[in-house]
Ligand binder design. Structure first.
Ligand code: AMP
Length: 629
């Protein structure tokens, strides 16, 4: 079996790593550099793309043909892109379909650009080993949806890799920190603030296995946002000093790129220095700019951005049903966590102490022992080693960010796999038909936290055919399986004939983490109305069944019942129908109390009819068996 490498395909930087004689290490390029900027420059329509540092250098000069931060766009569609996300120095096509990047007359998908970065890492790995490398584990933020995961996998395949696993970044990081060596039941928070994404994941070590108890994050929050704040701040200072307009639409792309580079460099240096000088020589032929920036100024500019991570942390803790004091460690991942303010913020938020013997204090340890830029890649390499048969004692399990299910009678959501379930996972249930002689069943796959199907996201639909039979007779087993890459496979099987259909659901709906957050928030906000709607639908289904059964019974016992009794039953049935007819078409709900009362009255009045029907049925049975005359 050929070797497997671990790859951190980052927003700003990408890395390739391996395990050499039991020791994980990042593979450097020919010039000894371990971080490859995730930047691709396209010199012309014919020339091969330039990747990494070389591309980064020409980014200032050729902003329109140099693509960076493409991870923000991978697997995403135009309409879901917020305006501020489109603020890059190269053109973007954000029409109805997938986001594309027009370069030299070609419309490139983000995954095609990521594939160029992956090809470069592949070449570096092959140069290091002196042999072809064709298998990889690639990491993604925990909040990536199916479409983003699938697009990342395709990027790997385009680069010539067999992608053995798509792995969540925080889970990889925990491995790199060696947390599998902690005592059983240890709980760890992974605080990952990179260039473009933030994730907070809570892991638990149990029986030598990592479980992700909960994960929450934002794929639009990271160091890039701090850079932008600083850019705006500097642009104002340049304008105040009589320089040209560097911010907004009027700004020249090349100047914007220079400003961005200067801002990021200043930010990085301020992690170790308390004051830096920023120079932007010859912004125009006769204007140069120079100023001093202090760490305190940078902190004031970025404090609220960093504070935005707080709600995600609290949400993950709430989902995991734990408090900060229940954590053993908080580990930091992502280049931006080198910033002292970020470290302080994370430490304070979780009430950490920064010493290895934190346990004695009963508070979590803030563990900064690993290089936050490399942890994810090293973890991916460790996972690769596990897949190759090494490090046998560790298993990785991730969780589903939202519930998955199918639409059932009355337009309700029937959850098969609840939110925050550990994956890989398989779950199934048996369903039947609502009407007589149905020939097929529509399997409508849903994702979300709402009670009614229409309020959730539709991931896809397909039908399964079977032989017509009375209502409730056909039995269709529906099974959901989420594989280790987080991709959902839906199987529907008609039990009688064994006929089955398997559908892979991955990118039918492209959603982002903001939408996931919105879904969760809306489910809380609408909890009462949703519950009322579910109760109404359930009562309505019961009412419809009772009405149909009453009609059948009246027909079957036509000769035995008196006109007056029949009228009273019909009046009670009409009462039920009246309440049903008054359903609000828009909300799909009605007066539950009146329905329950009308239904109870109908039940009460039809009791003698039901008895009569039972007696008749028993009599028929006995007669058929020849037991009565
Ligand atoms: P990552 O996505 O993990 O590669 O993180 C990249 C982000 O970390 C970028 O926004 C970088 O500017 C930022 N970064 C890298 N090194 C440092 C540092 N020493 N101090 C502050 N931010 C940093």
């Amino acid at each position: 079996m050929s070797r497997i490498v671990g790859i951190d395909l980052g927003t700003t930087h990408s890395l390739v790593a391996t395990v050499d004689s039991g020791i994980p290490l990042v593979i450097a390029d020919a010039r000894g550099r371990r971080l490859t900027p995730s930047v691709v420059h396209f010199p012309s329509a014919e020339a091969a793309p330039v990747v990494g540092h070389e591309a980064n250098h020409v980014r200032v000069l050729k902003p329109a043909e140099t693509v960076y931060s493409v991870k923000r766009f991978i697997g995403r569609r135009g309409p879901e892109m917020a305006e501020e996300e489109k603020a890059v120095t190269y053109p973007l096509h954000c029409a109805g379909g997938p986001v594309t990047i027009p370069v030299h007359g070609r419309d490139l998908l983000p995954e095609e650009i990521s594939a160029e970065v992956l090809k470069k890492l592949k070449r570096d790995a092959e140069a290091y080993f002196g042999e072809p490398v064709a298998r990889a584990v690639i990491t993604v933020p925990a909040y990536f949806n199916d479409a983003q995961r699938s697009a990342t996998k395709r990027a790997g395949e385009r680069a010539g890799f067999v992608v053995e696993r798509i792995l969540n970044e925080p889970t990889a990081a925990a491995l790199a920190y060696g947390l599998d060596k902690l005592r059983e039941q240890s709980r760890i928070a992974v605080y990952d603030l990179g260039g473009g994404t933030f994730d907070l994941s809570i892991l638990e070590l149990d029986g030598g296995v990592f479980h992700v108890l909960a994960t929450h994050g934002n794929t639009r929050l990271g160091g890039d946002d701090i850079d932008r704040r600083l850019m705006d701040f500097l642009a104002e200072r340049v304008a105040a000093a009589g320089g040209p307009q560097l911010a907004g639409q009027a700004a020249e792309p090349a100047l914007l790129s220079r400003l961005r580079e200067a801002s990021e460099q200043a930010k990085i240096r301020l992690s170790t220095e308390t004051e830096v000088e920023i120079a932007l020589p010859f912004i125009t032929l006769d204007f140069s700019f120079r100023c001093t920036l202090t760490r305190a100024e940078l902190e004031n500019l970025s404090r609220d951005l960093i504070a935005r991570t707080r709600t995600h942390c609290l949400r993950a803790l709430a989902d995991a049903k734990i408090e900060p004091k229940d954590l053993d460690q908080v580990i930091l991942v992502g280049g931006q966590t080198r910033m002292p303010l970020v470290r302080k913020f994370a430490g304070d938020l979780f009430g950490c102490v920064e010493s290895p013997d934190a346990a004695a204090s009963g508070r979590p340890r803030l563990n900064t022992s690993q290089n936050p830029d490399e942890a994810v890649a090293l973890g991916a390499a460790i996972q690769a080693e596990i897949l190759s048969g090494g490090f046998k004692n560790v298993l990785l399990l991730d969780v589903t960010p939202l519930s998955l299910g199918i639409e059932t009678f009355g337009g309700l959501m029937n959850v098969l796999i609840p939110r925050n379930s550990t994956i890989p996972i398989k779950a199934g249930e048996m369903f039947t038909t609502a009407a007589d002689h149905q020939r097929s069943m529509l399997i409508h796959v849903l994702q979300g936290e709402r009670e009614r199907a229409r309020d959730n996201w539709s991931l896809g639909r397909f039908t399964i055919e079977f032989e017509p039979a009375p209502r409730g007779m056909p039995r269709v087993g529906v099974q959901f399986e989420i594989d280790a890459d987080g991709i959902l496979h839906v199987l529907a099987r008609d039990v009688k004939t064994g006929r089955e259909k398997i559908v892979e659901i991955k990118s039918a709906v492209d959603v982002d983490d903001a939408a996931v957050r919105q879904m969760v928030e809306e489910s809380v906000e609408h909890a009462f109305t949703d519950l009322a709607a579910r109760r109404w639908v359930e009562a309505k289904l019961k009412a419809e069944q009772t009405l149909a059964a009453t009609q059948k019974a009246l027909a079957a016992c036509a000769e035995e019942i008196e006109t007056d009794y029949r009228r009273r039953i019909e009046t009670a049935a009409r009462e039920v129908e009246k309440v049903l007819a008054a359903e609000n078409a828009e909300s799909g709900a009605g007066d539950l109390k009146s329905l329950q009362a009308a239904l109870a009255a109908l039940d009460e009045i039809t009791r003698p009819l039901a008895d009569l029907l039972m007696n008749k049925a028993a009599e028929t049975l006995l007669r058929r068996r020849g037991l009565v005359a």
